[in-house]
Ligand binder design. Structure first.
Ligand SMILES: [Mn+2]
Length: 567
């Protein structure tokens, strides 16, 4: 197959059907986007918001402490200030530990009275971003105390909603794409406001709005939304803005992270930029991160970015300590009467911190292959847990099966959050392990990650031209992974095996003459060649152009190798 055919086959396998869809998917200037007025309530929401800003009323963006919430808050404030709202546009971010996620009545009272703001001016309108879908009684309360309210969110819907409340959520139906992040929904609201504003004033100036797509891009990546459909459009243009380093606050964060914005990738944002923005809300006050995006003072920007970097280093330190402890605890739970077993890991480390339990649970899952919850004590003596799933297990469903133990419980297939009484923790752990073992009885492979292969090709198809053609499928990430191509080679013709890296865990080799690199692959490759010396092996990965010392060379980056026929 030639590179063009391979790209087309991958697209087809990913459900991108037809020439128009393929052209759009590969385009540098994608056009796929939808009319914001397709949102239920958008017309009412946008005109209410524009009227409030035009009348000089105080508007408060009510956000969240994670990256999506921070970016959505900054985006809404920047836009509304930019179209004339000025300092009347303020924001409120609840504290992770003391208030928790979503709307709360005390905060709304402070927003209404003005106590939430440095200048003490009371707000007339509150616009939630990235939260509010389940805050039914809080939304009613806002209206009772004289606050108009617009809810914008992308989380799952609750049963009902406060009557008379404007509620923008793509999951309500009407809007064709439901996987926008919170900042994406806020962006659609601003787009609608912009349309109305242009219609009223006759002026055409979309530059403020367009300049904010970088924030949508970061939020979409950090919230692990699928990089398909309208998100692909937003992320492509957003990456373009980020690479041109147009936003000084963001450039300052790139600088402290040691990442060159000109070559920024989805990975750089997910692992270098997002954790720093997130660190404010985990260990300090997320408002610090919002303030960084709202200031135009370069000195404050530099200081703000340095502060985020310090908080991130502190977060990493806490996380490492907690992870070490958790891995020891996990080992003790896995080995039962001297025998290794599958179990639901529920760990209660001394070094627990609410802000990092989710990350640590994910790392324990990676290390053990088992579903894991990490618990932290709260002020009122309860335990608050963050759980991460493994393989095909729906961890929230598993926990719901024992709902009686939990004071609060929410989440999705891959992750859950809950709280329970300390005295119930041990029995909950035992019962959840019992339920997990019963599931494994029926489906022994349930906890294993499946390796998806896009396409099986010949080793001779792997050329520099193919590596270059595959780049057009980027940006890669959730919902649009790096292509996984597979080729076969006899184990006996694997040659030039060379361990590399500080401790030799990575390996370079040639298979059927294809130059390969496999990160953390030394041990599995050696085992494979020892066990199956005469068999045909299948190598799964992606061809790439490696640039080293200014020289370009082709390499096939292996993610998995296995005996042919094993799936
Ligand atoms: Mn979100």
């Amino acid at each position: 197959m030639n590179p063009g055919e391979i790209v087309q086959a991958i697209l087809k396998g990913r459900g991108i059907l037809g020439d128009a869809a393929a052209l759009e998917f590969l385009s540098d200037r994608p056009r796929l986007t939808y009319d914001p007025l397709l949102f239920e309530d958008m017309e009412a929401g946008a005109s209410m918001l524009l009227a409030a800003v035009t009348a000089g009323r105080r508007v408060c963006a009510y956000g969240d402490y994670d990256v999506d919430g921070v970016c959505a808050t900054a985006l809404l404030c920047r836009y509304l200030r930019g179209i004339g709202g000025g300092e009347q546009i303020q924001y409120y971010i609840p504290d992770r530990t003391n208030e928790g996620y979503g709307l709360n009545k005390e905060a709304l009272a402070k927003v209404r009275s003005g106590a939430a703001f440095a200048d003490g001016i009371p707000a007339d309108l509150v616009v939630t971003v990235d939260c509010g879908s389940v805050s039914v009684s809080e939304a009613a309360y806002a209206q009772e105390i004289g606050l108009d309210i617009i809810i914008t969110d992308h989380h799952d819907l609750a049963e009902g909603l406060a009557p008379g409340c404007v509620f923008l959520n793509p999951k309500r139906g009407g809007y064709p794409f439901t996987k926008l992040c919170g900042a994406g929904v806020a962006f659609k609201l601003c787009s609608a406001v912009e349309n109305f504003r242009v219609r009223e004033t006759g002026g055409e100036n979309r530059s403020i709005l367009q300049s904010l797509v970088d924030l949508v891009c970061i939020a979409t990546i950090a919230d692990v939304m699928p990089l398909i459909d309208e998100n692909r459009t937003l992320v492509k243009y957003g990456l373009g803005l980020i690479r041109s380093a147009r936003r000084p606050a963001l450039a300052a964060i790139f600088k402290v992270a040691g990442i060159d914005p000109a070559a920024a990738t989805v990975r750089d944002i997910a692992f270098g930029i997002a954790p720093r923005i997130n660190a404010a809300g985990r260990l300090g006050d997320a408002a610090e991160a919002v303030a960084l995006f709202l200031t135009d003072d370069e000195v404050r920007m530099r200081e703000g970015a340095a502060q985020l970097d310090r908080r991130n280093a502190e977060r990493r330190h806490l996380q490492d300590e907690c992870l070490r402890e958790c891995l020891d605890l996990a080992e003790a739970e896995r080995v039962w009467n001297g025998v290794e077993r599958a179990c639901f890991l529920m760990l209660e480390p001394d070094a627990a911190h609410e802000g990092i339990s989710g990350i640590v649970a994910g790392k324990v899952r990676e290390a053990t292959g088992l579903p894991c919850a990490v618990l932290a004590k709260t002020k009122d003596g309860e335990l608050k847990g963050s759980a991460r799933s493994a393989g095909r297990l729906d961890v929230t469903a598993l926990l719901r099966g024992r709902a009686g133990y939990f004071l609060r419980l929410g989440g999705h297939a891959a992750a859950a959050g809950f709280s329970l009484r300390k005295e119930d923790a041990l029995r909950a752990k035992e019962d959840l392990t019992k339920d997990l073992l019963a599931l494994l009885e029926a489906d022994p492979e349930m906890l294993h990650e499946e390796t998806h292969v896009d396409l099986r090709i010949e080793s001779s198809d792997i050329t520099p031209a193919l590596a270059e053609a595959l780049v057009a499928l980027a940006p890669f990430g959730q919902g649009n992974p790096i292509p996984a191509l597979a080729f076969r080679a006899k184990a006996s013709i694997v040659s030039s095996v060379k361990a590399m890296g500080g401790n030799g865990v990575h390996v370079r080799f040639r298979a059927a003459d294809v130059p390969c690199v496999w990160f953390s692959g030394t041990a599995p490759l050696t085992a494979l060649l020892d066990r199956f010396p005469d068999e045909e092996l299948e190598f799964v990965g992606c061809p790439e152009i490696n640039v080293w010392n200014g020289r370009k060379s082709l390499q096939f980056t292996v993610s998995l190798a296995r005996p042919q026929g094993v799936v």
